[in-house]
Design a protein around this ligand. Sequence first.
Ligand code: SF4
Length: 73
Amino acid sequence: MKRVAVDARLCQGHNRCIDIAEDLFEVDDEGYAHVIGDGVVDAERVDRAELAEANCPERAISVTAQRGAGDDG
Ligand code: SF4
């Protein structure tokens, strides 16, 4: 299991992440992205989370191993 996060200090609101994975990210009132819920990414969505990470021009997205879930994948 992995976790995705958006660094609000880096996000510039291009919203590429939302185009890639609208079920993982949403936009706030000012146009900046944040993760939906706790950011835990199940196996089916890891590829898109990592694609969003790779396509964020500000490198604001990180995908990291989630510990303690029984499977840190
Ligand atoms: S692609 Fe990156 S900079 Fe753009 S909205 Fe998403 S997190 Fe923010």
